[in-house]
Design a binder for this molecule. Sequence first.
Ligand SMILES: [Ca+2]
Ligand SMILES: [Ca+2]
Length: 328
Amino acid sequence: MKAETTLWIVPTILLIISIVALAFYIQTTRSYPMTWIVDDDEPANFSSIHEAINSPLVANGDTVFVRTGIYYENVVVSKSVSLVGQNPVNTIVDGGGIGDVIRITADNVVIESFTIRNGQNSGVYILSVDNCTVQNNNLTSNYYGICLRSSSNNTVSANNVTANNSIGIRLYASSNTTISANNITENRDVGIYLFGGSNACMLYHNNFIDNTQQVYFLNLANNTWNNGYAGNYWSDYNGSDVDNNGIGDIPYIINVGNQDNYPLINPYNGHNVAISNITMKRTIIGLGDSERMYVEVANTCMLFGFAFNFSVFLSPAILHLPLTSSEP
Ligand SMILES: [Ca+2]
Ligand SMILES: [Ca+2]
């Protein structure tokens, strides 16, 4: 009897191990992304952000959605996930005055819609990674708001980087960084600090307001301070705008090799473009006819009008009909 029992135990254990291994294999090799919910005080998949990131259930490509609350954590994002807050005002990650609040150590990470505060070092520290995005966050009361080190091809966009204890955004040896549409305000030492060969960065549509020093370079570097037609808003710019096109008439000089050729007269506040007028002589046009159309578009600080000619020709494409109809 005893020998018979032993005979069964071994294959049974092997079978259980196989099933667990198979389940784990299926879990870790799924090809579709999943969204996981974190909430500090309501039922959810996880109750803390670091618990979610560290879970073997959460894989590269997944989204970790964090509901509103105050999360006292120091998070290391070591997987290629999108970490998304429910909203940037009430979804707060507080570093408690210790280390970095969020440190990114994997490529292709997104950090979006949080308040990130009280980092002894950085609010967000981007370390030796590519293709990460930090957008739509409030970063305040950190030593550095956002810090990039030895990282390329990353994007920092539409963040409020305000009242950090030293530097708003700090780049060390980080090339090809796109920094756009951020409010960089009232940082104690410097708005943006670039050193260690942070070249070929593109910075535009940012509002640099009342930083003790707006930009500081430790080493010379060449970066582009516009997107080809619009630059940044500088609270200490004192040029004029005689032609009233919203762009200052003289460049904002940063240093040798760095100047904003298209400084904005008013702070940038997003793309709110309206088509304010379309004019055509005729509305019924025959095949082969030429016609001229005038279109006027406006945003919060500029009004553009442009005209173009077009001809009507025969195409196999079907004109779209209205999606809804009031006819029975
Ligand atoms: Ca909550
Ligand atoms: Ca002008």
